[in-house]
Design a protein around this ligand. Structure first.
Ligand code: ADP
Length: 829
């Protein structure tokens, strides 16, 4: 309540008091028998009843009355009052002021209201407010009366409020956020210092303006209205938005709009703005760097990274005029994998004298304006090429201490397009880009190196395959001729030579085939057959050939078959033979006394599959434990002198292991030096439900029955033909030669034949193509002619084609005379 209201109230109370006094006077007159009245009595009675402090003083300033409330407050008693208290005692500093104030009261109804500092009896000072008026008797002033109010509480509040206000103002002005207080309709009543700094308006320019007119950009007016409405409904609305300053510059702000509600009434709005431009820029920078780095790491071609860099940088700067130059230190040239320019176009430039070169040589980031460029040119440091620009900003791309290039932005119109701050940012980004580019380049180098290594490996394999192939052809001829010589009843002394020749030839052929096989397995080109064969016959064959060789070394040889092993199985007999032959050759090689045992047993059978274990045991030199693992590696042997003593290449077991594992099996060894070795392998075969398909080939003892038959031999190799011809003619066959597939076709048209022996590899037209044409012939005689292919050993990739071709059979080169005879006999018309 302000003083004026208080005065009015007291005035009112005073009037009331006067009226009541009047009533009392009248009543007292009525009550008093002698008709006299004591005004003081009445006044005091009323004063004691009032909740205020009341006093009465005479004209000389002596307090002649104080109600109990008043006495208690000042610490005096009735006794003190009787003794007499002068106002000078109560107002030691201001009693004269008080007296003059009282003296100024000259008319009834006049009131004097004053604040004083009074002194209690105990000496403490208290602020008080007095409302005094003069009391009259018959128009003469007889004294003063008044009401005293204790102001100490009020003063305390006032001080507190003042402090709080100062505190608030401080907070308001020094808070780093811009604050504006507006009416609920948006009229600004207060702005803080930060508001003036952020938006550029002075306090005077802001007050009484509508906040939305002042700082909201035109395109965001609607949003601003919405924010006000939401703030009014929810009391608070937080947003990231854009505001503009006095000069129209856009500022990204985080805005908190709140409404101030008093007694359920929305009385004002408080808007708090925080400038988030740099925060946003940092976030943007992070995003840009992340995108560039991840682009560099992804399997992009390095050329694809540059447009990504430009796209990302475009989020901060106008990149219409932007280039990346990569620096080749050796040739001192700059290549420009990315160059975007409104005016010029370059792809490669010498480093010398360009601004880019200058940046590289000085290893320095620069922001150069037109004038700076001129000075540099005049000093001879640079030669300006291309269209002169207004501002040139370039930073070196550095990885550790090496400069790998330069990144540059320029502008042809506005020299203030880029600021120093932009240079820092570009510098920072450039570092990251340089790392990303470097990483990408390293990755690319690695990829190229890997490709080269793969190509080298491939060409090695190709070389090995070709070489083995090339060696095999003459070798087949050697072995063929040797077979012929053996057939020709050589002399006793020649026999030893020929046998040695045959042994060496075969040995060499095994080696070549091993290398070829190994290469094929390495390159994953090996295909396994799934044919039905008779396991017992197969093992018989093994027994036959190895008992003979064992006998020669005075070793025993036996095969133990489990009684339950299946007879007809499905699998690859050639590979099984290869595995067992390898193991048996080793056993023979490394055993000098005792013997060799092959054991075959079935481990389990289910779903027409038989899992079998084959083992080859010998009583030979054995292998030390350390080497058990190693001997399965390619080109390794148990001891360094093995080759010297026993020969071999160290490929056999590696091939066995691969052949077994590729068919889903496994191989292990158990061996101790001088106690012999056991190699065990497990393979699963299909079990045929049908009976035997393959007729057992009779082992032909005499070569009769083919006399007079006409056989066309399609073979380009003279020696191979010579060998084949020798055998066929020997068996009474009438032989016609065709040097290639085409000639064979011609011959077929001319004459009738009972069978064709077809080499698959021939010039002009190979055996595969010739067979295909024959099988499509309209002439039934030609179409149905039996064809036996002559194919190099273990040419499994051709087997598929052979199956497709519908040939009747094939004989592996170098052919065994028996084999050739049997196949011809079986199929000939
Ligand atoms: P190679 O026999 O051509 O040297 P292998 O891969 O077949 O190559 O064998 C590797 C090595 O394992 C042999 O050199 C030999 O030291 C050892 N080895 C293989 N089989 C036997 C065996 N039955 N008895 C003793 N040592 C063997």
């Amino acid at each position: 309540m302000d003083d004026k209201a208080r005065i009015d109230e007291l005035q009112e109370a005073n009037n009331k008091l006067e009226k009541e006094l009047e009533v009392f006077r009248i009543k007292a007159q009525e009550k008093t028998p002698d008709g006299s009245y004591k005004p003081g009595d009445v006044f005091e009675k009323v004063a004691e009843m009032l909740p205020e402090m009341i006093y009465e003083a005479d004209l000389s300033g002596n307090i002649i009355y104080g109600n109990q409330r008043g006495l208690d407050f000042f610490g005096y008693s009735k006794h003190d009052l009787a003794r007499g208290i002068n106002i000078s005692e109560l107002f030691p500093d201001s009693y004269q002021e008080m007296i003059s104030n009282l003296k100024a009261l000259t008319h009834p109804g006049q009131t004097s209201s004053n604040e004083y500092l009074a002194k209690k009896k105990d000496g403490t000072a208290v602020p008080i407010l007095t409302h005094s008026f003069a009391s009259f008797i018959e128009d003469k002033i007889v004294g003063y009366r008044g009401v005293v109010t204790d102001l100490s509480k009020q003063k305390e509040y006032e001080t507190q409020i003042k402090r709080e206000k100062a505190f608030l103002e401080h907070l308001y002005n020094y808070t780093p956020a811009a604050i504006a207080i507006t009416s609920s309709s948006g009229i600004i009543s207060m702005v803080n210092r930060e508001f003036t700094t952020l938006f550029g308006f002075t306090v005077e320019e802001s007050i009484n303006k509508n906040i939305n007119d002042l700082v909201v950009p035109d395109d965001l007016k609607e949003e601003a209205v919405l924010i006000d409405r939401l703030a009014a409904i929810n009391n608070k609305e937080v947003r990231q938005t854009v505001r503009k300053d006095k000069y129209g510059n856009k500022i990204h702000v985080s805005l908190i709009a709140t409404s101030i509600v008093i007694n359920n009434e929305n009385v004002a709005h408080l808007c708090i703005y925080r400038d988030i431009t740099s925060e946003r820029k940092n976030l943007l920078l992070q995003e840009i760097l992340y995108n560039i780095s991840s682009a560099a790491l992804k399997q992009y071609d390095i050329k694809e990274i540059y447009p990504i860099i430009v796209h990302e940088l475009n989020k901060i700067w106008d990149t219409n005029n932007f280039f990346i130059a990569l620096y080749d230190k050796a040739s001192e040239t700059l290549s420009l994998p990315f160059f975007a320019d409104e005016k010029d176009n370059f792809y490669e430039i010498p480093t010398k004298k360009t601004i880019t070169g200058w940046v590289i040589n000085n290893n320095k980031s620069v922001l150069l304006k037109e004038n700076d460029l001129k000075i540099l040119e005049e000093s001879g440091d640079i030669d300006l090429v291309g269209t002169p620009c207004k501002v040139w900003m370039g930073v070196p791309l550095k990885v550790e201490n090496n400069i790998i290039g330069v990144m540059c932005l320029q502008d042809y119109n506005d020299e203030n397009k880029f600021l120093q701050d932009d240079l820092y940012v570009l510098d920072f980004i450039a570092n990251q880009i340089a790392i990303a580019l470097q990483r990408r380049m390293m990755l690319d180098n690695l990829i190229t190196a890997r490709q080269k290594a793969e190509e080298a490996a491939q060409s090695k394999q190709l070389f090995m395959s070709t070489m083995s192939h090339e060696i095999r052809t003459p070798l087949n001829e050697v072995i063929g001729i040797t077979n012929l010589l053996l057939q020709g009843n050589p002399r006793e002394d020649q026999m030893d030579f020929i046998k040695t020749l045959k042994f060496s030839g075969n040995h060499l052929l095994t080696l070549v085939n091993d290398v070829l096989d190994y290469n094929k397995m390495e390159s994953g080109k090996l295909v396994f057959e799934q044919t039905q064969f008779n396991l017992s016959d197969f093992l018989e064959e093994i027994l036959r050939s190895y008992s003979f060789r064992s006998k020669a070394k005075h070793l025993s040889f036996e095969i133990k078959k489990g009684s339950d092993i299946p007879n007809e199985v499905i699998g690859d007999p050639i590979r099984l033979n290869q595995i067992l032959s390898n193991l048996l050759s080793n056993a023979l090689k490394f055993t000098n006394k005792g013997g060799i045992t092959v054991t075959v047993k079935e481990l389990n059978r289910s779903n027409n599959q038989s899992k079998m274990e084959f083992s080859v045991s010998d009583t030979g030199i054995g292998i030390i434990k350390d080497k058990h693992f190693l001997i399965f590696e390619s080109f390794t042997q148990a001891s360094p002198d093995t080759t010297r003593h026993f020969g071999g290449t160290g490929l056999g077991l590696a091939i066995c292991k691969k052949l077994i594992e590729l068919q889903g099996g496994s191989i292990t060894v158990e061996s101790e030096p001088d106690k012999g070795s056991t190699f065990r392998f497990i393979l699963t075969f299909g079990i045929s439900v049908k009976g035997s398909q393959v007729q057992k080939t009779e082992v032909t003892e005499n070569f009769s029955g083919l006399e007079g038959k006409k056989v066309l031999v399609a073979e380009d190799n003279k020696i191979n033909f010579f060998v084949a011809n020798k055998f066929l003619s020997g068996w009474g066959i009438i032989v016609t030669q065709a040097e290639n597939g085409q000639i064979a076709l011609n011959e077929l048209e001319k004459k009738e034949f009972d069978l064709i022996l077809m080499d698959l590899h021939m010039p002009v037209m190979d055996g595969l193509e010739a067979t295909r044409i024959i099988r499509k012939s309209e002439n039934q005689k030609i179409r149905d002619i039996p064809i036996v292919a002559l194919t190099a050993a273990i040419m499994s990739e051709n087997h598929d084609k052979i199956d497709d071709l519908n040939i009747n059979d094939y004989v592996l080169k170098p052919f065994k005379p028996h084999d050739l005879f049997d196949r011809i006999k079986k199929h000939i018309r």
